[in-house]
Design a protein around this ligand. Structure first.
Ligand SMILES: *[C@@H]1O[C@H](CO)[C@@H](O)[C@H](O)[C@H]1NC(C)=O
Ligand SMILES: *[C@@H]1O[C@H](CO)[C@@H](O)[C@H](O)[C@H]1NC(C)=O
Ligand SMILES: *[C@@H]1O[C@H](CO)[C@@H](O)[C@H](O)[C@H]1NC(C)=O
Ligand SMILES: *[C@@H]1O[C@H](CO)[C@@H](O)[C@H](O)[C@H]1NC(C)=O
Ligand SMILES: *[C@@H]1O[C@H](CO)[C@@H](O)[C@H](O)[C@H]1NC(C)=O
Ligand SMILES: *[C@@H]1O[C@H](CO)[C@@H](O)[C@H](O)[C@H]1NC(C)=O
Ligand SMILES: *[C@@H]1O[C@H](CO)[C@@H](O)[C@H](O)[C@H]1NC(C)=O
Ligand SMILES: *[C@@H]1O[C@H](CO)[C@@H](O)[C@H](O)[C@H]1NC(C)=O
Length: 900
């Protein structure tokens, strides 16, 4: 320790008193972001004069929320709004900064019961790829902030909130201030480390907190006082007080503490704030003084300082000059720290102190970041091509568990580099992204199953590491360059360019052979080039056959789909027509003998095709809008297959008799079961309900994301969720509503407009049904699944929507009142809360605040897993003889919080 002591002392003397003007009082080095502030607005905060701007241009996820009304009035304006992140594990701000510059960064949080749950969340805060701190609250109405002094090497910074499964992350304010004097203030021994503020205290009998404009860097100085001290305070003019490089506010330097007992020491203590026993903090501390006691000529003011009883420094103060004594190397190794200041034998005056700053060291250098060029390239692609992947936030590669979906990385030369990019089936249109050329370490690139057009750019052949390139199933034109073909034939590159109808797989193709060759990918070409004779002949024959099949396929496809592209391609398209005559339908249904149900589209009958049960839905012709469109749509839907969608087996279409033939679902629809109308089967327990909700969500997610173009269901409701013999859910009646007339016929227009109670309220203003309209309807389905109650209820002449009822119950915080009482409390309350949360988010009035179906699927999966785990545990308990262990478990499971 002695070595540390001698090395660690550094005394910075105050500047001469005539250079006392404080600089940097403007906000030029400031970035002040009020997270969640709507629109692109800004305002000037009245106490500090700081201009806060909205976070809109720094983030594209999360939802804006406001704190409770009473927290709004008792906190500064920037705490009114916040941004909450109910979806996705990691959500990041990306903020442009000046690179190679040292910043003081502060992230502030006020929970303020913004979600009405009265449950303090806990989550992690990351600075770029580096763990910064765990955000923990002590009180709903007490704000907290985390500060770090960090030098940025890039011209942007990510600030990320990471969900740990202990509550929804959010953030209220982000502030960044450039700290100049980087060579003389807050310098760490290893310059690559950063300093996280632990305490910044101004000593004086005051309850005021000082920051900008008193502090040019907007450091926040908290008041601190001890009963053993007495306060010395005097006002000086600015010219009189000599500042030093730390630029501690005058108001802080004008007030100091000194021991009441002039011969006693002045003592400061703090304790290590271990998060866990892995990390032991290293500390830097900064003591600030300004002696405003006028000394007589025969007087001196001299103070010795010890740390944990060991001599550290002697400070000689001169009148009205700021002095700062601080560590040059970190202190560590103790659980408790004790700084003691006492007068030396020669000093005529007792010790004083004005302020103390304590920082802990954050070593961010060990975690490799992704090379900026790679980050910029994929970020540009994400923006320009609107890649809609929820976890494309923050650093693409690190930390590994938050790596972007479809991205793989390796480390080279001290950076993470992107080695694999999979953007297959991502709905990309336009040219192949030019930014890919910057991903120079790319080994594998998959752009298949998109709608990319234009030619194959030459830079793909320049990517030295590229070993796998899949461009299949796009609408690329031109030809494949000789360089790429050469690499392929040399065995250096696995290349797929098939299913690009207008792409020539060789530079030497000539117009006559185009037709045959362009249908084939160049695997065929390669074979042709290397094998002669009979093989060549065989290949040509094969090519001709495939060409003819392809032509038939194309012809059929054009009839069916017109110019529309479909993601469903391939040989199954060549399947037999599944059109049935009306006579066949009459036979199939035994002359419409048994009615299964009646819906908006028509009556549904039971039937058989070759011993297989089917459901036949007969429609009235008048409701069909445009015969051709109907047929095209039906043929398209016959090709949509997913285990959570009822399959359309065939159709009948003869004069006025239009029928749709679906697979038969033995257990009817979900609505019957929730309303207790179904007299078959069992009553639905929580696991059943979660399972069915997940099934329907997956079906809908497939329509939105698995189909190209996306299919909007437009009529998601409980009666359209059918249950098979195993109570697995399947979504019915998708994609059809657009076939029906939207005007003239009032009956039909209610079909198109969806079902009352399930209909997106935004639709009534925008008149545009989107995927988020389906999300709204699905949210209503979820609420009905949770509560078992009717969607619309009339009570005391007031119409209550299910979302209003649940919303008021959420505020009460008792999950048992929300969930269907028929379950008798037999469910995992955590998972129930999560389902309530996702349902309430889905029924947000504003569509952008609703989650995507993929978010909902993910959430429901986790909820179902939690419920299954709970059941598993309770089964184990029953099997054990209830010894000590068992009853202990029982207690802890009873203690799972009811309110969240
Ligand atoms: C603040 O908003 C006003 C318009 O309301 C705009 O003119 C101004 O540029 C904005 N200032 C900042 C810093 O964004
Ligand atoms: C950040 O900088 C990049 C270019 O480096 C620019 O494209 C982007 O618009 C900037 N973002 C903001 C919010 O200013
Ligand atoms: C700070 O120190 C670094 C290296 O010690 C030096 O390169 C740089 O010029 C210094 N900056 C100033 C403003 O003195
Ligand atoms: C702060 O101190 C002043 C003066 O002592 C007092 O009037 C005021 O109520 C105090 N405020 C708080 C929040 O304690
Ligand atoms: C003042 O402090 C000294 C040294 O700690 C101690 O010996 C003395 O008793 C104290 N006096 C009073 C009045 O507490
Ligand atoms: C912390 O220490 C306890 C025992 O002292 C040990 O059981 C535990 O695993 C440690 N935790 C970590 C994160 O190292
Ligand atoms: C300092 O000088 C004053 C007179 O100017 C005298 O009263 C006092 O005793 C002296 N103090 C010491 C410590 O010498
Ligand atoms: C104060 O520190 C000096 C060394 O700088 C030492 O000589 C002196 O004895 C110390 N005084 C006390 C009271 O510890």
């Amino acid at each position: 320790m002695a070595k540390i002591i001698t090395n660690s002392l550094f005394l910075l003397l105050g500047a001469l008193s005539f250079v006392a003007t404080i600089q940097g009082q403007d906000q030029s080095g400031f970035i002040s972001i009020d997270c969640g502030l709507p629109g692109n607005s800004n305002y000037t905060e009245k106490n500090t004069g700081i201009n806060y701007i909205s976070d809109a241009k720094f983030i594209d996820s999360g939802v804006s929320k406001t704190v409770s009304p009473q927290d709004k009035t008792t906190h500064p304006q920037y705490f009114t709004y916040l941004r909450s992140f109910p979806y996705g594990t990691r959500n990041c701000y990306r903020i442009n900064v000046t690179s190679a510059t040292r910043y003081l960064m502060r992230a502030s949080f006020l929970y303020g019961n913004y979600d009405g749950l009265k449950k303090l969340p806990e989550f992690d805060l990351y600075l770029g790829v580096h763990f910064w701190d765990t955000v923990k609250f002590t009180d709903s109405s007490v704000s907290i902030n985390y500060e770090i002094i960090h030098t940025l090497s890039t011209d942007y910074i990510h600030i990320c909130m990471v969900n740990k499964g202990t509550g929804t992350p959010f953030i209220s304010v982000i502030e960044m201030r450039i700290l100049d004097n980087a060579n003389s203030t807050y310098v760490t021994e290893d310059r690559s480390t950063s300093l996280a503020r632990f305490r910044r205290l101004a000593f004086g009998i005051t309850n005021l907190t000082y920051r900008y404009k008193d502090d040019p860097y907007d450091r926040i100085w908290e008041p601190y006082w001890d009963q053993k001290w007495t306060q010395l305070s005097s006002r000086l003019s600015n010219d009189e007080l000599g500042q030093n490089a730390f630029k501690v506010p005058d108001v802080v330097l004008e007030t100091s503490a000194t021991p009441k007992n002039a011969t006693a020491s002045l003592d400061l203590y703090w304790e290590e704030d271990y998060h866990n026993n892995e990390t032991q903090h290293q500390y830097y501390f900064y003591l600030h003084f300004a002696d405003l006691r006028k000394l007589a000529p025969n007087q001196t003011s001299s103070t010795n300082i010890t740390i944990n009883g060991v001599f550290w420094a002697t400070v000689e103060l001169s009148y009205a000059n700021a002095d700062s004594t601080y560590s040059k190397v970190p202190w560590y190794g103790s659980k408790k720290y004790h700084i003691s200041l006492f007068r030396t034998e020669s000093s005529s005056l007792p010790p004083i102190i004005n302020a103390l700053e304590i920082y802990s060291v954050k070593d961010f250098s060990s975690q490799l970041e992704t090379l900026k060029d790679d980050v910029d390239a994929v970020t540009n692609i994400k923006r320009a091509y609107r890649v809609n992947r929820r976890n494309w936030q923050g650093d693409p590669c690190v930390p590994n568990r938050y790596k972007w979906q479809g991205v793989d990385c390796s480390s080279f030369d001290g950076f993470q580099r992107i080695t694999s990019l999979n953007l297959s089936s991502s709905g990309l249109t336009g040219d192949i992204p030019a930014d890919i050329s910057k991903l120079t370490m790319l080994k594998s690139l998959d752009l298949s199953n998109n709608d990319l057009s234009g030619t194959i750019p030459s830079f793909l052949a320049q990517l030295q590491s590229l070993e796998y390139l899949n461009l299949a199933n796009n609408t690329l034109t031109g030809s494949v360059s000789n360089e790429l073909l050469q690499k392929q034939s040399d065995g250096l590159l696995s290349l797929s360019v098939g299913q690009n109808p207008n792409l020539c797989a060789s530079t030497s193709c000539n117009p006559q052979t185009n037709d045959t060759r362009k249908k084939e990918n160049n695997v065929v070409i390669a074979v042709v080039a290397s094998i002669a004779g009979i093989l060549l002949l065989l290949v040509i024959i094969a090519a001709v056959i495939i060409f003819h099949q392809r032509k038939r396929y194309d012809a059929a496809r054009n009839i069916i789909l017109g110019k529309r592209r479909s993601s469903i391609k391939g040989s199954e398209l060549e399947s037999k027509q599944r059109q049935y005559s009306f006579n066949e339908v009459v036979k199939m249904t035994n002359n419409f003998d048994r009615i299964l149900g009646r819906g908006g589209f028509g009556t549904v009958y039971h039937g058989f095709i070759d011993d297989i049960q089917v459901a036949v839905k007969m429609l009235s012709l008048s409701s069909v809008h445009g015969y051709q469109q109907f047929v095209a749509e039906v043929k398209l839907l016959m090709r949509v297959h997913h285990r959570n969608l009822t399959s359309l087996i065939g159709y009948c279409n003869e004069e006025t008799n239009i029928g749709l033939i679906y697979e038969y679902m033995a257990n009817g629809n979900l609505d019957e079961h929730l309303s207790g109308k179904a007299n078959r089967g069992r009553s639905l327990n929580w696991e059943d309900r979660l399972g069915i909700a997940l099934d329907a969500a997956q079906g809908l997610e497939y329509l939105h994301n698995g189909c190209k173009p996306p299919i909007i269901h437009r009529d998601v409701k409980c009666t359209n969720i059918l249950l098979n013999e195993n109570f697995h859910g399947k979504l019915a009646d998708f994609g059809l509503s657009k076939c029906f007339a939207t005007d003239g016929d009032t009956h039909v227009s209610t079909i198109v407009a969806g079902t009352p109670g399930y209909l997106d309220p935004e639709y009534t203003t925008s008149n545009r049904l989107t995927e988020k309209s389906d999300v709204y309807s699905f949210g209503v389905v979820l609420l009905r699944i949770i509560t078992g109650q009717a969607v619309i209820m009339v009570r005391e002449d007031m119409i209550h929507h299910i979302s209003q009822r649940v919303n008021s119950m959420v505020a009460e915080g008792d999950i048992t009142k929300i969930v269907d009482s028929r379950l008798q409390g037999d469910f995992d309350s955590n998972s129930a809360w999560r389902v309530v949360e996702i349902a309430m988010a889905s029924v947000s009035a504003i569509s952008v605040e609703r989650p995507y179906m993929s978010d909902i699927v993910k959430e429901l999966k986790e909820c179902l897993a939690a419920e299954l785990a709970r059941k598993h545990n309770s089964c184990e308990l029953q099997n054990e003889d209830l010894g000590w262990q068992g009853s202990l478990n029982l207690i802890s499971s009873d203690m799972t919080p009811i309110a969240r």
